[in-house]
Design a protein around this ligand. Sequence first.
Ligand code: NAI
Length: 342
Amino acid sequence: MKVAVFNAKSYDKKFLDEANKEFGHHLVYLEPHLNKETMKLAYDFPCVCVFVNDQLNKTTMTALSKHGTKLIALRCAGFNNVDLNVAAELNIPVVRVPVYSPHGVAEHAVALILSLNRKICRASYRVREGNFSLEGLLGFELHGQTVGIIGTGKIGCVLAQIMKGFKTKVIAYDPYPNDHCKEMGVEYVSLAELFERSDIISLHVPLTPENYHLINDESIKQMKKGVMLINTSRGGLIDTRAVIKGLKSRKIGFLGLDVYEEEETFFFEDYSDQLINDDVFARLLTFSNVLITGHQAFFTHEALRKIAETTLRNITAFEEGRIILENCVSLDIVRKVESKVG
Ligand code: NAI
């Protein structure tokens, strides 16, 4: 099938080309993000393949549908950048890669936790400059801390397992408690109780309209003073301005982010020679207890291989006319979770 691959980086091409030896699709790599300015590049392509920050809203999808798009193939798990109602109206299935690196993302969350907790970035800069002073580098042990995991799906469950290894107390909130987590001894509590009891809070939920700004002034008020907040899921889960207030008041002691609510304007690109015109992001970077990575939690060899293979397999399944597409993002599933949470 002819596929327009948006936002294609060298690493996407490498892994897709390798996997495509088995599938034989006609892949056309396009550098730009998909948006209303670039959508014309995909006209007459039956399949459009996109990543997390490509915008599949009413304007782009309606235009694509008019010009022959029959399938949207996401190279990611999250689908908050797709208007699923419009996709359903236009009868365009949206397929995704539901599992590719639960271990990679959970391990990255742990990397953020340990780097913040033991001030690894500051320590490393100091040593490079010949400064071996320990002033300001005092950390704390994870052993005995309470870790609150919001969302115990694939990634949250792996994180629970890892944090159990550190002998932390793991508590969780999820409208659909996970049996494996329960067997491990994870204690399910209400969201309010999780905020109250956790020393470290890590977010592992998809971004939906219902949980947009799940972390806001009100939820921060309920947290312990000095709490560590980790977000490797989606930027929109956190109200960044509220978190900055929390950091200034020292209510939030540490913040580790792999995602940011306005990330689509600059993440995944090299802006080192330019100004970043985002004052909120710039303010975040001034705190020494904030650590930000640029949406790289998924970025492992294992994950890129899996993403390429699953994406191409999804496209083949559609091309072969399978009625039930295994990795289709079904509105029914999304609504089920939303109604339970709401
Ligand atoms: P999953 O679908 O396996 O699990 C999500 C869990 O969240 C489910 O158990 C669901 O019941 C629960 N949930 C939904 N709404 C909730 C709410 N409001 N409160 C509490 N729980 C809620 O998803 P998975 O694979 O664990 O991924 C989680 C998120 O991680 C993805 O949606 C995606 O946004 C993000 N992600 C980030 C990556 C990165 O590179 N930074 C890579 C891959 C995923």
